[in-house]
Design a binder for this molecule. Structure first.
Ligand SMILES: Cc1cc2nc3c(=O)[nH]c(=O)nc-3n(C[C@H](O)[C@H](O)[C@H](O)COP(=O)(O)O)c2cc1C
Length: 261
């Protein structure tokens, strides 16, 4: 479907797209009004401005639920980044087939591949894109008091290659880039402060300066009356979604737009 406010300018066969993207249709690339939706059709937005592109950002959605809380905040952060003219490539971790966490092969500690994960599975194109990016937007829901397993799988593979185990020089990442980490949770946004502080420290030390953004007390389902969930005040969650969540979306937009400032 052609997005509103856009003009269809050309239809490209997928084979005409060079590079690794054509092999990974779960990714989408948008930049300065140009949208490639993975279907082989490229759109030019009538609303695009002439701001020059100054950087590339990789966005990682660690939530299985497209269009829900985490994904919505990530998408707003992406829109914020795009409003500055940055090019954003988004990956949905749950749509990528077959990848594991770190398998402890230590290939990334050998001279030939220092700082680079050598495992060639579904996560490789994601990690390759990050190595060429100028910033990362990443987000995940809280599952059982931590970021969800799919996200942690990615996180292990992202961070471990840069850890040298060398006392004098513990990190070998010489190209630090800013990171925005988004977490959503049922609990209020302050409950997981310590846990998130740990992620912030690790990401800041190994990937680059990290901003953490939390959206708590999210609306987990549209109709709470269908479930016997006495843990929650359903109507309060729905009201919060209508009144507070839009402010958080705005904050996500602003944070995304400021990521590379
Ligand atoms: C398997 C599972 C475990 C969860 N564990 C927690 C938890 O420990 N603490 C919490 O605050 N929320 C927990 N939640 C709620 C989600 O973090 C919350 O609803 C989140 O906003 C969902 O994100 P989404 O809308 O992007 O899917 C859990 C949800 C699921 C499905």
């Amino acid at each position: 479907m052609v997005p509103s406010g856009t003009l269809l300018v050309t239809a490209l066969p997928l084979a005409a797209l060079d590079g690794p993207l054509k092999a990974f249709p779960h990714t989408s690339i948008r930049s300065n009004g140009l949208t490639w939706d993975g279907s082989g059709v490229m759109f030019l937005s009538l609303l695009s401005d002439t701001t020059p592109m100054t950087g590339k950002i990789v966005a990682i959605n660690g939530s299985p639920r497209s269009g829900w809380n985490t994904d919505m905040l990530i998408n707003e952060a992406i829109k914020g980044a795009e409003s500055k003219g940055y090019m954003v490539q988004k990956f949905d971790l749950y749509k990528i087939e077959r990848f594991t966490g770190c398998i402890s092969c230590f290939g990334c500690k050998r001279e030939a591949h220092r700082g680079e994960c050598v495992v060639k599975d579904g996560l490789k194109p994601v990690l390759d894109a990050i190595r060429e990016a100028d910033g990362i937007i990443m987000g995940a829901p809280n599952y059982f008091g931590d970021l969800c397993a799919q996200f942690k799988t990615f996180y292990e593979r992202l961070v471990f290659p840069y850890l040298t185990y060398n006392k004098e020089r513990p990190c070998c990442n010489e190209r630090k880039i800013p990171v925005l980490l988004i977490m959503t949770s049922n609990a209020p946004d302050t409950l997981y402060k310590d846990m998130l502080e740990n992620y912030k420290n690790v990401l800041t030390n190994f990937i680059g300066p990290t901003t953490v953004f939390v959206s708590g007390e999210t609306m987990q389902v549209k109709d709470y009356s269908k479930f016997d969930w006495t843990f929650f005040d359903g109507p309060q969650r729905v009201e919060r979604r209508e009144k507070v969540f839009p402010q958080e979306l705005k904050k996500a937009f602003d944070t995304g737009s400021a990521l590379l400032d």
